[in-house]
Structure formats: C-alpha cells, structure tokens
Design a protein around this ligand. Sequence first.
Ligand code: FPP
Length: 247
Amino acid sequence: MASDLLHQIRLHGAIPRHIAIIMDGNGRWARGKGLPRTAGHRQGMNAVREVIEGAVEAGIEILTLFAFSTDNWQRPRVEISALMGLLTVYARQERAELVRQGVEVHVLGELDRMDAAARRAVDTIVDGTSGGSRMRLNLMISYGAREEIVRATRLLAERVAKGELDPSAIDDDAFRAELFTGDQPDPDLLIRTSGEFRLSNFLLWQLAYTELHVTPVLWPDFSRKELFSAVRDFQRRERRFGRVRAG
Ligand code: FPP
C-alpha cells in the first residue's frame, strides 16, 4: 500500500530533494483500451494531480515534469491542440488546490511558441501559485535540453560581447545560471515511465549525476505507489559522484 511505502521512505532518511519525470506512454495506454490518444493525455493529467499530491506528502522540494517537448510541436495539429487545451483546463481547475497544498508552479521552456490562450493559462497558474512554500513544481513546456544549452551559450556570449563578462569567469555556476532551471539543485532522481531507456532531450546538463529509475508502468497508470517505490529504489543506491566509496 502507498501509506506503507511512505512510512518506509521516512524510516530510511535520504529523500531526494528534486525529482524529474519523463511522463511517457499516454498514447499506448489509450491504444490498449481502444481509445483515441487524447483520452490517454486526459488520464495522464489525473496522474499529474496524483503525483503532485504524493510528492508533497513525501516532502520532495522540487518536482520537474516534462509536459511537452520542442519535438512534440511535430505532432498532428489536433493532438497539439488537445494537449494545449488540457494544459489550459489544468491551470484553471487545479490552481486553488495547488495553492492549498503550498505548490509554487514555474513553467519553463520556449513559451513564445505557445498560442495566446495557453500562454494566458500558464501566466495565471504561475502568478496564482507564487509564494507556495512546500514544493516547487517545474512544468517543462516547449522544452528541449539542447536548445536550452544553446540558448545559455548565446546569453553568455552576448554578455561577453557587451564587455559585461570575462570569458575566464565562465564556469559551471555561470553556465547553470543561464539555464531555465537557473540556480536550482540538479535532480537527484529521474523517473521515466513506459519502459523506454532514453533521455529524449530532457535536462541534459542537469542530469549529469542523477540516479535513473525506469518503470514499465504507462504514465496514465502511474500513481503515488509507483512514485514512492521509485524513492525507495533511490534510497538503496550508493551515490558516488565519480568518487570511490567512503571508508
Ligand atoms: C507522452 O505520452 C506524454 C506527453 C507527450 C505529454 C504529457 C502530458 C500529460 C501527462 C497530460 C497533461 C499534462 C499537464 C501538465 C496538464 P506519448 O503521447 O508520447 O505516449 P506514447 O509514447 O505511448 O505514444
């Protein structure tokens, strides 16, 4: 049961501060039930709600969800509209509940590619949840890690060209500060659903030392129980960051 797992997690200390999730398998979930892909995305939205609640319960500080990639702009127009529509519904329906739970939402990515209605919805949920102090939720939308790295490089180059920054001052911290995730700690744990062992252009810089957990569960079926199992799996790992074991 989920509550037993939560108890186990608390007993074993070391809770990941930051969890990132590649939410995959909505289409396969729908196909398996003879439903249109959009039905999978709708059910996926319920899983988003459930996982946020679970993450708050477990004491996770930052939850980063890959909701829409720059590659997803290549999907059929109807599917893109359905996803943007769901995001708008989500922002409208969930804002009050997120405030109640103390969740502060940040939406990160190339947001100027979104249509005006979806953009307004994003602004509303970001403004409306600002100040939530229990957990930060990063919704990555129109996001691609290579694009993010190229953008960070361009921003640094512009500062150098203006004479504001000396190239010798470009180090890890200076680079990190130009990423969408800014000065947040890197994810401790990355979860990918639907059994695929790929990063799919997600947080390539930030995942350098992150522990990976791949589960065959399709995203719409992902629940608190799966989240807590992933945290228990993380707690059994020995993180060495390239060093040897202490003692
Ligand atoms: C991957 O499944 C999922 C997505 C591309 C979108 C994720 C969106 C949601 C979970 C719903 C809405 C989210 C919010 C935050 C309101 P897929 O379509 O690639 O599945 P497949 O690989 O089985 O085809």
